[in-house]
Write a new protein. Structure first.
Length: 140
């Protein structure tokens, strides 16, 4: 594909990446709200601690387990968001470097392929770009 098409494809991919990472950030915020709500519940439970010891002990234990589960969830979400962002950053950099050097992109690269890291991994994209480097002096 020529330089104009390549620029357009890279621009669309860049927009997609910014939208894609926003979804994960919303999940992270929702998890933070859940943790805050659980913490508030623990505070209320501590206030009523002396009223019914056995029930409150079980309730507090369950709430502590919920907080731990939510913290693990937030950690996993944060890790996934960071990993996804770094993967897309590598893809975007590889595409733009190739386009900048050769004023084109290989025809085998499509939007669907570059946005799907499960089917077309970043290392596959980088390999395809390396294999597609034009030979100096060859006609295109």
């Amino acid at each position: 594909m020529d330089d104009t098409e390549a620029k357009f494809l890279i621009d669309q991919f860049n927009k997609y990446v910014s939208w894609k990472t926003r979804h994960g950030e919303l999940e992270l915020v929702a998890s933070a709200v859940a943790i805050a709500t659980t913490g508030l519940g623990l505070s209320v439970a501590a206030f009523f601690w002396r009223l019914v010891d056995i029930v409150m002990t079980a309730l507090t234990g369950a709430m502590l387990l919920a907080v731990l589960a939510l913290l693990v969830l937030v950690w996993r979400l944060s890790s996934r968001i960071d990993k996804t962002y770094k993967d897309y950053e590598k893809r975007l950099t590889a595409l733009e470097d190739y386009r900048s050097n050769y004023k084109s992109l290989p025809d085998a690269i499509t939007f669907g392929r570059i946005i799907n890291p499960k089917e077309f991994k970043t290392k596959d994209l980088e390999k395809l770009l390396k294999e597609s480097v034009p030979i100096p002096g060859a006609q295109t």
